[in-house]
Write a protein that binds this ligand. Structure first.
Ligand SMILES: Cc1cc2nc3c(=O)[nH]c(=O)nc-3n(C[C@H](O)[C@H](O)[C@H](O)COP(=O)(O)OP(=O)(O)OC[C@H]3O[C@@H](n4cnc5c(N)ncnc54)[C@H](O)[C@@H]3O)c2cc1C
Length: 498
């Protein structure tokens, strides 16, 4: 990397030009894989990350609200407009969203990869190729099978209920070393147990000479025809820096990547047109006895009986503050009643793969505007998912269930659940999403794809996308394992072409 004063530019503060070899934009699940693999191949690597670098010590001492503000884009409240508005969460920090995720790591099934291969027109990302890539991710991150915590009966009862209904369930696979069940994954692990990119791939890449610049926001990618020749960025002090890289790996996340492409005039019409989402429904259940849900970890028992329909039910455990926040929008008498017996209360998350998609419709002052088109089929899928969750929770012994609509009081039987489902309207659901994907899908152009099978926006030679955006669709499972496996393969293919 060499520094050159920008020729012919008026010195507007420290206007600097930097020539470099491989430039990685974004340091999350996709960007960190690129940084490490390129550094391992002997390339000189610069990583630009808009967010701050935070240590485990910082995370241990910060209050959750402070971590939300510091680690999440828009403080965790990015709105995807539509009926209903969906609250979308993603991080901006060194390590990206892996700093705040639950550490679940799943391998994409061969059936899913086959489906994607057929749809995208690219056959090179099937299980025979992606399997070994996933094995590499698993080895590097030290995946374990996470059993129930001590106490943690919300998780045990969910597993037993699944067995009583003859439904399939499993313990989650997680990337943690010595998890202390502090249940604060979503605001950053305070003990360093969770193996985020900030603790694994990135330090290893840095040890091999990669340079990670925190607080540097990429504004634009400059290109002549199909070749990128410069990347414009602004550092934390507002200084403008111009990078002149040989190759760019774009991994700014499922929203950041299409926003950058569009702002740079690259595939303006197709990038960000189809953002796939997993939706989360939250159900709060009261049991007639103590369940100690605070003794688990972010997600434990996973009921995957309806995985083919894109549904997953998980015990999501809680902290007292988290339960208070989940009850805040409800009738105060009801909220107080649940808080008074909080040891008997569990929170359960139902994940549903959305069939409609979201679109980046424009930008205001650099901030993207997002809108979704939830379909009638999605509404029915949400109702079905809630019905199945309720059946499971009543089988687990729950006596009251607060549905994912704060204006509706507790439901005490499957009959009441049926009645709720027959009346609920699309705008009533309270939905959260933390999984966005496929906004610059790897697929042939005639199928609406943005990137080719090297992750390059069609027609480009030295620009590769290697994050959640490039996946052909929503995998229906926690996506980081799939994202990282694809990123490994994209970088390997690039290195083979050199
Ligand atoms: C609360 C929560 C829990 C989750 N739990 C799980 C889980 O248990 N398992 C799982 O598999 N997945 C989970 N996920 C999702 C998973 O973490 C993400 O899908 C994954 O990290 C996305 O990877 P990525 O590389 O596409 O983007 P990210 O990891 O989000 O990284 C993108 C990075 O790019 C940076 N960036 C963006 N724009 C710019 C710019 N212009 N200039 C410079 N930098 C930029 C961002 O600041 C960010 O750091 C969870 C997500 C959340 C929010």
């Amino acid at each position: 990397m060499s520094l050159i004063a920008a020729p012919g530019r008026r010195a507007r503060r420290a206007d600097t030009e930097i020539t470099c070899d491989a430039l990685v934009v974004g340091s999350g699940a996709g960007g960190s894989v690129a940084a490490l693999e390129l550094a391992r191949a002997g390339r000189s690597v610069t990583v630009l990350e808009e967010g701050p670098r935070v240590s485990t010590r910082d995370l241990a001492t910060a209050a959750p609200a402070e971590s939300m503000r510091r680690l999440y884009r828009n403080g965790g409240a990015t709105a995807i407009l539509g009926t209903p508005t969906i609250a979308y969460g993603e991080a901006h920090a060194v390590g990206g969203t892996t700093v705040v995720n639950g550490g679940l790591l799943w391998e994409p099934s061969s059936a899913l990869l086959d489906r994607w291969a057929v749809w995208s027109g690219y056959g090179g990302y099937r299980a025979a190729v992606i399997g070994p890539r996933f094995a590499e991710v698993r080895r590097r991150l030290g995946m374990i099978v996470q059993e129930h915590g001590d106490g943690n009966d919300d998780s045990r009862l969910l597993a037993r209920a699944a067995e009583s209904l003859d439904w399939r369930w499993q313990f989650p696979q997680r990337v943690v070393r010595g998890c202390r069940h502090s249940n604060q994954c979503a605001t950053g692990c305070p003990s360093g147990a969770k193996q985020s990119m900030a603790l694994t791939y990135l330090p290893e890449a840095e040890a091999l000479g990669a340079h990670v610049s925190a607080g540097v926001r990429v504004e634009r990618i400059e290109h002549h025809g199909s070749t990128v020749h410069a990347v414009e960025a602004t550092d934390a002090d507002g200084r403008r820096i111009r990078y002149r890289p040989r190759t760019v790996f774009l991994a700014a996340g499922p929203i950041g990547t299409p926003v950058l492409l569009r702002r740079s005039g690259i595939h303006r019409r197709t990038a960000g047109r189809r953002l796939a989402l997993h939706l989360n429904l939250r159900s709060i259940a009261r049991f007639p006895h103590t369940v100690d849900a605070g003794r688990g970890t972010m997600f434990t028992t996973q009921v995957h009986e309806h995985a083919a329909l894109g549904m997953l039910v998980m015990a999501s455990n809680l902290t007292p503050g988290g339960l208070g926040a989940a009850l805040a929008g409800r009738n105060p008498r009801e909220a107080n009643r649940f808080l008074a017996v909080r040891d008997q209360v569990g929170i359960f998350t139902t994940q549903v793969r959305m069939q409609g998609s979201a679109t980046i419709t424009g930008q205001i002052g650099g901030t993207p505007l997002l809108r979704h088109g939830m379909t009638r089929a999605d509404h029915h899928a949400l109702a079905l998912a809630f019905r199945r969750t309720a059946r499971l929770l009543f089988a687990a012994g729950a006596v009251e269930l607060l549905p994912p609509t704060s204006s509706v009081g507790p439901l005490c039987s499957e009959t009441e659940v049926e009645e709720f489902c027959s009346r609920v309207r699309p705008g009533d659901w309270e939905l959260v999403s933390v999984h966005g994907m496929a906004s610059c899908a790897m697929a042939r152009p005639e199928r609406g794809g943005v990137c080719d099978d090297l992750g390059r926006p069609h027609g480009f030679t030295n620009l590769h996308v290697c994050d959640a955006s490039v996946l052909p669709g929503a995998p229906g499972i926690s996506p980081q394992g799939t994202i990282m496996s694809f990123a490994h393969e994209i970088v390997a293919r690039h290195l083979e072409t050199l």
